[in-house]
Write a protein that binds this ligand. Structure first.
Ligand SMILES: C[C@H](O)[C@H](O)[C@@H](O)[C@@H](O)C(=O)O
Ligand SMILES: [Mg+2]
Length: 394
């Protein structure tokens, strides 16, 4: 295995669902009047697709070893990501040993520092890194969680993100995270409607089921503070991504002013150990939520997680299908995982990156046994019916 080198890296794109899970059709809960930083513009308030949340589409990266074995991974990245893989990163990947993930990561990161650091470049770098971990697992015939040191528990437990926490409770999930639908631009009426929604859901799910609000970067410090204190009456467990990712100072102030016992979470749009060091050292949050397809991949998430552990923070990766499941089950400070309800009415458990991945495991009664993760690599295959395109080559 250690003598195997990488013969070729290839980058493909796909539209409609897949890793760019916001790329859905009309009528899906995930695009129904959700509060965003663009909600101050009425014309962009109803649909996140209207301002382009789905412009990138899915990026699929394949890495082929000298013996023909192929590892792959997916992310949000589309054509820009494919260009970066084929025209820039390929030179550090092809010819390298399959096991050289640390060196390849460092060369990809340092060589793109002048235009990367976060966002699309880190999404792309993450997909290459995850494809390498998939390839290593396939060559060693071991699931990735074994390569990471092995499971510390026999099963994963999940909370569900979606419009129907009441149904999520019936399906066995440990909690439900609602998308916040009204932001500061909708004033007191909007705040009242946010609280009415929460009150209704609390009535539906009873006193102990976790309820959270995901604010998707859309609030200001005063609104977030007022929302948190009013939501304490309905036992909100955490307020998520209330402020823009760069407002570390705002998060630190919000966390200081939170109601006793309510947590602050953020991080899905943060990247690298340096970004998360800032969040942790400034006391911004109780839970960090790196997306392993966006933060720098598994090689970087291991570093981020150790940093968080030293700070006593939980690491609950943003929903990223098998790519986070294999990680979460190996970490003591990742006691539960997120499951994105991708059924349009959030009334059915379907694979997160539907329809792109075959054999993608789904929670049963809100839980997933480690046995469901026991195939080599990440244990998934690309759906041959998905029309992948390769827009660039090298
Ligand atoms: C539900 C949220 O608005 C996002 O769509 C979601 O992807 C993300 O913020 C999450 O935490 O799942
Ligand atoms: Mg979120």
């Amino acid at each position: 295995m250690t003598s195997q080198t990488i013969r070729q890296v290839r980058a493909y794109t796909l539209r409609g669902g897949g890793a760019d899970y916001h790329d859905q059709s009309d009528g899906h809960w995930i695009d129904d009047h959700i509060s965003t930083p663009m909600s101050k513009y009425p014309e962009y308030r109803q649909s996140r697709r209207s301002f382009g949340i789905n412009v990138l589409g899915t990026l699929v990266v394949e890495v082929e070893a000298s013996d023909g074995t192929v590892g792959f991974a997916v992310t949000t990245g589309g054509e820009p990501g494919a260009f970066i893989v084929e025209k820039h990163l390929a030179r550090f990947i092809e010819g390298a040993r399959v096991t050289d993930v640390e060196k390849i990561w460092d060369q990809m990161y340092q060589s793109t520092l002048y235009y990367g650091r976060k966002g699309i470049v880190l999404n792309t770098l993450s997909a290459v890194d995850l494809a390498l971990w998939d390839l290593m697992g396939k060559l060693r015939e071991e699931p990735v969680h074994q390569l990471l040191g092995g499971a510390v528990r026999n099963e994963l437990q999940f909370y569900a993100t979606g419009a129907r926490p009441d149904l999520a409770k019936q399906m066995g999930f440990i909690g439900g995270k609602l998308p916040l639908q009204h932001g500061p631009a909708e004033g007191e009426e909007g705040l009242r409607r946010n609280l009415e929604k929460l009150a209704h859901m609390r009535e539906q799910v009873g006193p102990d089921f976790w309820l959270m609000y995901d604010c998707w970067m859309s609030l200001d410090l005063n609104y977030a503070t007022r929302l948190a204190h009013a939501a304490a009456d309905f036992r909100l467990k955490w307020i998520e991504e209330a402020l823009p990712p760069d407002d570390y100072w705002g998060y630190a102030a919000l966390r200081k002013n939170m109601p006793a016992g309510m947590m602050v979470s953020t991080g899905e749009h943060e990247a690298t150990r340096w970004g998360f060091r800032l969040l942790l050292e400034m006391g911004c949050c109780d839970i960090i939520q790196p997306d392993v397809n966006w933060c720098g991949g598994l090689t970087e998430l291991v570093k981020i997680s150790a940093l968080a552990d030293a700070h006593g923070a939980l690491v609950v990766p943003h929903g990223s299908s098998v790519y986070s499941y294999h990680f979460v089950i190996t970490r003591h400070n990742s006691p539960f995982a997120e499951f994105l309800m991708m059924a349009p009415k959030a009334d059915e458990v379907v694979p997160s990156f539907n329809p792109l991945l075959l054999d993608e495991p789904i929670p049963q009664q809100g839980r997933m046994s480690v046995n469901q993760l026991d195939k080599p690599g990440f244990g998934v295959r690309l759906n041959p019916e998905c029309m992948l395109e390769r827009p660039y080559s090298h």
